[in-house]
Ligand binder design. Sequence first.
Ligand code: TRP
Length: 374
Amino acid sequence: MQEAKVTPWEVKGKVDYYKLIKDFGLQPLSHLPKKFEDFYLFRRGIVFAQRDFKQIAESIENKQPFVMMTGLMPSGRFHFGHKLVADQIIFYQSLGAKVYIAVADIEAYNSRNQSLKELRETAITEYLTNYIALGLDIRKCDFYFQSERSKDGKKASAYYRLASLLARHATFNEVKAIYGHLTPGKLASALLQAADMLHPQLKEFEGKPFPTIVPVGIDQDPHLRLARDISQRIKEYTFTQLSSTYHKFLPGLKGDKMSSSDPASYIALTDTPEEAARKIKKYAFSGGKDTIEEHRKKGGNPDIDVSFQMLKYGLEQDDKKLQKLCNDYKSGDLLTGELKQIAIDKLTQFLKEHKSKRERAKKVVEAITSPSSL
Ligand code: TRP
């Protein structure tokens, strides 16, 4: 397979996560507060690396306030890869974090061919509605658009001022080294994202420096490196250094990254159970052997089997059951078709329940957004 490429603008190839830890200079995740063991993404090593996580662990253990800040690109349909971020947001909210969520509509505008209006609609109908259906308490979070930070002029100015002032504190060679390929739009988005991550600490927002955890996919680390560096150089402000965690990518159905630009790569949370079953049967990459005889003899490989990975990335919440599936598949007792059917059954149950949760979430969204108010 081709050599992997992992940048904020492009992810392709077979990703070696342990190599990325070294290349990016990350730390593995260890010494987690006990509560994190209850959360499948940490327990299963799907969230696998960090920077400065200790101050967040301590805030949680000492019941000190902290901020959780992350963002979303409103591109296409909300799929199971996006759910990983949503589940983390909701988890931190349940731990009492102050939650900030940026809709990266300016970033999307600068890198894709859509209008701000279309991006806004996608953010609301796909992302926000699904977040709420999955359990986000929208009243206890600051959900905003990069293109419209706040109706409060002081707050809005503070955010855009920060994004503009940060520019002086990075050199061109530095951003080239961090990002490789750059355009004016990408550069502007990188600085705006730095402002996203840092602005909760401004006096107009939380009022003082605060530990801030930024949970993201590993492709976003360049943005963190830039924001961390310039945040400590700018003398007009004092920032507590950003903390971050990195999760692995949910494999797409065909084995690479689940991506909203390729409908055959993902299962959306609004797919019908029939569509989802069809996609699993038709596309889900199998780690099984070519013939039943060979499979029974040599067993399958769950690490590359997409149905197994979907179960691991959340469809099967019970670790013991997951372990048994893993063992049975490896030993050859469980066949690919049977494993696919288990994933389909779990998906069907999830999608049905999610559909009714979405109906309720839509009402919540309607109540807080007249088409022009969000
Ligand atoms: N660049 C992110 C993405 O592509 C979106 C984003 C914007 C973001 N601002 C952020 C992520 C702040 C984390 C924190 O998905």
